[in-house]
Design a protein around this ligand. Structure first.
Ligand code: SAJ
Length: 495
């Protein structure tokens, strides 16, 4: 978009950010809004929340100082009560109040349409963008915090905002991406202390000779304006300015690389099992290589990778490079990319767990068909109640398909939240273990680290039950001594 110097006016004539809007009162939006409200720089923060069937209840809760997020979030509820009492924060379904804001952030999830489909559902984000565009005013700053496909801020988001408002991004209003990096259980700490990547869209103007001058990255007025918004909430964290697309690639890469590192450990664990050695001896050996600039970030192999970050962000990155750079991409031209292959290795691990279970049952003279399996752990993360994209679900489906009866136990998960398990989840461990031919540990809950082999065997009621350790939380010899047939991820040294 051609600017006649107006971009400079917009930057110079803009007063300080006083009123902030945050769209999406979820685990990103709530702490974000509360921290903006607690900052002395800002006078008023609106938390925008649709009054929908599923989450409209949050409006009343938040306005009475009660945090609607599950689990412990240190410091969050006290901060919320404080800013509500000071009338600096108000949750509202009235999106027209966006027009009162100097800055609006969108903290709206981009989940998959379904667990098999690798296409994100941008519907909620699109609705948030349309609402923002409808009430957008000149000189306002709009920031996307959701994890999005590279190219979205400069592409779809900009188009929707311009279409709905009739304004021009980078000329009439600022637009940036500042990806969230929060982890459940440490939301406030993460926002304050993690470095914040901020990427504004390009702007440009004609200099006196008519030459086009592009303002991007740290020179983009949108980057500068977004730095004004996030600077006040950072304590230890520093701002890392860059272009909007680089910020999108940074966020998706953070999780793609973690998934890759886990896949490297998983692949090596399969090699170790095949070669009859102990993965953990090799890890200890490799980790011992220390010194200047030497890094070997070997993570942990396991029963699989779940959650709503690592299972999807690789595909955001893949989609972005196809959208933005397919004409220039030398590799993987037609091949599988290293990152997609990593996803496939991690998604193979639940199948490998079934192979280990089948092999152990065979050693006991049994087959999967007709066997009873106690599946311990439905959450995707140890000591958590989060089951999004859990790898346990893949194992469960395959075991049922192979003719096994599967009882699922998880001390953290609410049985109401497990529609994938027809007969429901057992909260009573003894009930899940009763008569089990195989006990399969899928999640490293602390409850399972303390299992007593003799007690478990008594409840299983057979001479040689199988025990499959998917998270390296059990001591093999304790179980073998009790007559169990042990298999563990990476434990090729124990046949
Ligand atoms: N996992 C392994 N081996 C490992 C680490 C994890 O198999 O060495 C498995 C876990 O069992 C789980 C899955 O991977 O099923 C994901 O675990 P995670 O620890 O990555 O947890 P997430 O999915 O909640 O990842 C989030 C991400 N944070 C954000 O996106 C803001 C990720 O970038 C963080 O690194 C991670 O939290 C964290 O470190 O807590």
């Amino acid at each position: 978009m051609q600017t006649t110097g107006s971009i400079n006016d917009m930057v110079q004539n803009n007063g300080p950010i006083r009123t902030v809007g945050v769209i999406g009162m979820g685990y990103v939006g709530v702490p974000s809004a509360v921290l903006f409200a607690d900052s002395l720089q800002f006078e008023k923060v609106y938390g925008f929340q649709r009054n929908s069937e599923s989450s409209g209840y949050k409006i009343k809760m938040l306005n009475s100082g009660v945090c609607p997020l599950k689990g412990e979030e240190p410091g969050l509820e006290n901060l919320l009560k404080k800013v509500v009492a000071e009338k600096k924060f108000e949750c509202t379904p009235d999106f027209s109040k966006i027009s009162e804001c100097d800055a609006v952030t969108l903290a709206i999830q981009t989940p998959f349409k379904n667990s098999r489909d690798l296409v994100p559902d941008f519907t909620p984000l699109t609705e948030g963008l349309k609402n923002t565009g409808k009430y957008l005013k000149p000189e306002m700053l709009v920031v996307l915090e959701s994890t999005i496909t590279p190219g979205t801020t400069e592409g779809m988001a900009k188009e929707i905002l311009e279409e709905e408002s009739g304004l021009t991004a980078g000329e009439d209003f600022f637009l940036a991406h500042a990806p969230e990096r929060v982890m459940v259980g440490r939301l406030v700490k993460n926002i304050r202390e993690h470095d914040r990547v901020i990427g504004g869209i390009k702007s440009f103007y004609r200099d006196n000779s008519g030459k086009k001058v592009i303002l991007d990255g740290i020179n983009s007025p949108s980057t500068k304006r977004a730095m004004e918004l996030y600077g006040p909430v950072l304590t230890k964290g520093k701002i890392i300015p860059m272009s909007a697309t680089a910020a999108e690639v940074t966020k998706t890469t953070e999780n793609t690389f973690r998934d890759l590192q886990i896949a490297a450990a998983n692949q090596l664990s399969l090699y170790c099992e095949a070669m009859g050695i102990n993965f953990y001896d090799v890890k200890k050996g490799v980790d011992s290589l220390k010194g200047e600039g030497i890094t070997r970030a070997m993570l942990w192999p396991g029963a699989g990778v779940g959650g709503h970050c690592l299972t999807k962000d690789t595909y955001h990155l893949e989609r972005g490079v196809k959208m933005l750079g397919s004409d220039y991409l030398d590799f993987p031209d037609g091949h599988e990319s290293l990152y997609v292959l990593s996803r496939e290795i991690n998604d193979f691990m639940p199948k490998h767990m079934l192979h280990l279970t089948k092999s152990a049952l065979k050693q006991a003279g049994k087959s999967l068909k007709g066997s009873r399996i106690a599946l311990l752990g439905w959450a995707f993360l140890a000591n958590s109640d989060d089951a999004r994209n859990t790898p346990s679900g893949l194992f469960y489906e395959d075991a049922i398909a192979a003719g096994a009866e599967v009882r699922v136990h998880d001390p953290w998960i609410d049985p109401k939240n497990t529609p994938q398990i027809p007969h429901g989840l057992d909260k009573d461990l003894s009930k899940a273990l009763k008569g089990a031919d195989a006990v399969v540990v899928f999640t490293g809950h602390k409850d399972y680290c303390e299992l007593i082999p003799s007690g478990v065997k008594k409840i299983c009621g057979s001479q040689h039950p199988a025990i499959i350790d998917g998270r390296n939380v059990l001591l093999p010899q304790q179980w073998i001594k009790e007559g169990f047939i042990y298999k563990g991820i990476g434990r090729g040294d124990i046949l």
